[in-house]
Every structure is written in C-alpha cells, then in structure tokens.
Design a protein around this ligand. Structure first.
Ligand code: F6R
Length: 223
C-alpha cells in the first residue's frame, strides 16, 4: 500500500510513525526499493511527515525521532532533506507547531498515514484526555506512555515528560490511514478503538470517523 502511494503521483506525501511497530515495514520498504530502480527513484519526489517528537532530546540523541527516522529509513533512501518534515521540539515550541501546521496546509496532508497505537489508545502522542487537540501541539506524556517507552531509555526517569505531536484532526485529514498493531498488549486498546463508540479517552477511536482505514493486526478483537 505504501509503495502504491509512492508510485502513484508526482508528489506523494507519506506520514510516518516511529516506535517498534513500523520497523519491519521500513525494512521491507528499503529492501523492495533497492530491488527496483524505478521505485528507488520515486523516493526523490516524496514529501515525508512525521507524527511526533520528544521535547528535550537533541535531533542527534539516539532516542529522538529525528535520529530514528534517519537510522531506520531515510539514510537508506534517496530522499531530499528539504522534503523531510519532523516536528521540532527545540526552541520556541509553540511557534514550531504553527510552522508545522502552515507547512501541512501548504503541501496538503499525507496521502497515506502510517500509525501505531499505544496500549492506552494513543495515536501519535494524542494521549487520552477530556479534550483532544486538532492540530500540531505540545503535549504532556502520560505515566503509562512514559513507562511503555522506558524500554528505549536507561530508566523511566529519562523518558521526556513532553512531546510535540500532530493532532487528531491532522491524522483524520490523511487520505488513508494504515494502523499497525501487534501483540497481546495492544488488544484492549484496539478493541476499545473500534468498539463502535468514540471517546477522547481512547484517541484511536476517532479513526472510526475516517472513511479509509486499514488495520494490520495479529489480534482477534471481535466481540
Ligand atoms: C510514534 C507514535 C506512537 C507509537 C505508539 C506505539 O511515532 O506516534 O503513537 O506508534 O506509542 O509504539 P510501539 O510501536 O513502540 O509500540
């Protein structure tokens, strides 16, 4: 599906997620692209957006999402640095959020957005709350998310407290969404997300309002 979008237009726009879940997908994208010259060349025309970034980590920090994207995807492909967009969580964060929104408005939102899901039902870093934000914004990470991501750091105390994330409205503006969710620990979040009701307490449930979502999972969430 990702490669179909990549090859379908002169300026394909892809939305990327980080975390453990899409690593296999990124490996396959790299492999397949290197096996086909035409496919490889298509990456030069791609515009890439990322969902989120931790506040307080330098882009060169091994756990920053800037670093993750370089390491796991971009450095293996002929992408133009000027076409790669990752929220900046350094300096004037509010201004950066507005700039990210302005950029999305100018280019258009992704043709295809890749998503993972948190065990608490978050997508991007849109955490369960009384209200959800529509566009790119600064957010506090919940203890559940910081604990879940502690595996990437030496201790939970080192996991940043805040992040910048695209909003729920940004995600719903993608032309299509591909949600990847593997493992028993994602089952309850998936079940809630697609239960037939929408709640800000399970941000992924808003995906039910989108007309073109494809879920890849190894969990049976029916019933
Ligand atoms: C990452 C992101 C998050 C992750 C989610 C699942 O850019 O937006 O929503 O997709 O936390 O993370 P993993 O895949 O590590 O279980």
């Amino acid at each position: 599906m990702v490669l179909d979008v990549l090859t379908a237009s002169q300026q394909p726009i892809l939305g990327f997620a980080t975390g453990s879940t899409p690593l296999g997908l990124y490996r396959v994208l790299i492999e397949k692209s290197h096996a086909d010259e035409h496919l490889l060349a298509c990456w030069k025309r791609m515009i890439g957006y990322n969902l989120d970034e931790y506040v307080g980590l330098h882009p060169n920090h091994p756990q920053s999402y800037h670093y993750y994207m370089q390491e796991n995807l971009y450095r293996h492909l002929p992408v133009a640095p000027a076409r790669i967009h990752i929220p900046s969580a350094e300096g004037a964060v509010e201004e950066n959020c507005h700039a990210y929104h302005a950029l999305l408005t100018e280019t258009g939102w992704p043709d295809l957005q890749i998503l993972g899901i948190g065990t608490n039902g978050h997508i991007g870093f849109n955490e369960p709350d009384d209200e959800l934000q529509i566009y790119t914004h600064l957010t506090a990470l919940t203890p559940v998310t910081r604990q879940a991501n502690a595996r990437f750091f030496d201790s939970v105390d080192e996991v940043p407290q805040h992040a910048v994330t695209m909003g729920i409205g940004d995600i719903l503006k993608a032309k299509q969404v591909v949600l990847l969710a593997y493992g028993e620990q994602k089952r309850e979040a998936l079940r809630q997300a697609f239960s037939g009701a929408v709640s800000t307490r399970c941000p992924a449930s808003f995906l039910q309002l989108h007309a073109h979502v494809t879920i890849f999972t190894d969990q049976d969430v029916r019933g």
